[in-house]
Write a new protein. Sequence first.
Length: 576
Amino acid sequence: MPATGTPASMPEAEPAITASPARRRLRGLGAGALACLAAGLLHALCFAPANLWWLELLALAVPLGWALHAPSTRAALLFGFCFALGWLGLGLSWIYISLHHYGQLWAPLAALAVVLLAAGLALLPALGCALAAAAAPAASAGRALALVGAWTLAEWLRGVVLGGMPWLATGYAHSDGPLAGYAAVLGVYGVGALAASCALLPLWAAAVPAADAGTPLGTLLNSTLNLRSGCALRHRLGRNTWRIALGTVGSALVLALGTLLQGIVWTQASGVPLRVRLVQGNIAQDLKFAEGGLELATTRYLPTLHPMAMRGPDDHASHPQTLPPDLIVFPESAFPVPVNRLPDEILDVLADPAQRAGAALVFGAFIVEPGHRYFNSAVGLDGGAGEPQRYSKRHLVPFGEFIPYGFHWFVQLLHIPIGDQEQGERYQPPMALAGQQIAVNICFEDLFGAAIIDAWHDPDREPTVLLNLSNLAWFDDSSALPQHLQISRMRALETGRPLLRATNTGVTALIDADGSVLQQLPVRLEGVLEGSVQPRTGRTPFVRMGNLPTVLLAAALLLGAALYRHRGVLAPRRIS
């Protein structure tokens, strides 16, 4: 037998199979996409009712971290899309209730409609991540800055494109927590930008290569690390750990400044507290517009005009009445027929100040004008014999109050009476009621902070109180209700004004100027909420400037990163 060679009875060893670079890249993309999808689902749970602002920072770090290291624009696009799909798909899942339960749309088709909506909205964050990847190299300071800018612009555009759907914008998760202090200065999109910065800063710091001396932020970071080169602790922990620590300190400083800003009171108290009575009729959506809906609304709302009306779900005897309210509020579309078609006996009760002991009244109602022009409006009646005041909704809900072009076929599948309503004027003065200037907005409009501050158009009639009328009975007791309350809290923070919420099924609440909930009624319970709020005057920085500073800064970050890359300033340098 030969001394060397392979025995005839033994098979030859097969060559080792190694994954090709292309296969490894695909596996990496798959892992990143799954991680981002899971983080998006977690992100949706960080908003109300959980209000986990700190967990939101961790969830946001996942897609931003993958996009920071993405090897291509397509990879960054994928990571951003998967995160936003999980975030918005789960966060907006309550839309399924209105489509299936009330619209009687076939369940799979209703679920598909929600997924398609989420996918369409997810394109903007995905494109933002892709733009950032195109603007600057991976793991560079330029990529980090571009991501913050592009993410912020994507959030803002989601509230603008095709009428806007900014529900669950990143900043809303911070109606509580340190970043809430920035709301009065930068608004919800500025808060979202700072949240992205806090999530991204430690990740970028950990990624800065030692040779990245050309990056301004990298130079600062590396020079800081070298200040005490003999530090034994630094040698034990390593440079990477120190970078992460310094990045975390940077994020902590942003949070600390937000806490300091919360101590600044931007507005001033005006006059005595306003006593209010908010009525929650709790009329189910399938009963509201059915036969007998008007009679049901009459029995739920008209008795609450009396000064000794029940103050809550219990008998008023357990809540001793002190002073009658200055203002009584019924929710959006309190009566299921237009106000100019209400029976005279109902109009007489509503218009008679004696029925409400001189209190002012605001109630939601449809108004029909010649030519079959329908407006979703609020009517205000003062405690005297003044003329009725009116506010008409100007930011309408797609598929709820108007049908987007090309989608009539979809609406025909629903068993919901949907018609194209008319928009109110952009500048409508606040209602002068109960000695206050009350800026009214209706339901969906509460999402648009820039539209809310249009009420400050006339310096002589600046609002002292905000009022939101809503009907979320379309969504039962889903997360849509606490999410909308969270949105209202952000509007109070941005404007420095107390905000009243009068809703059909919830959440009816009194919100203070600092965004805190003073009182609220349980969801899906007939009741009356009585309390008081302190009217305020003065302008916050956000009321003065709106979203413009945040949008300009975000655009500057993205454009600046691209220009610096073109000049080679922010490109990573290697030591040869």
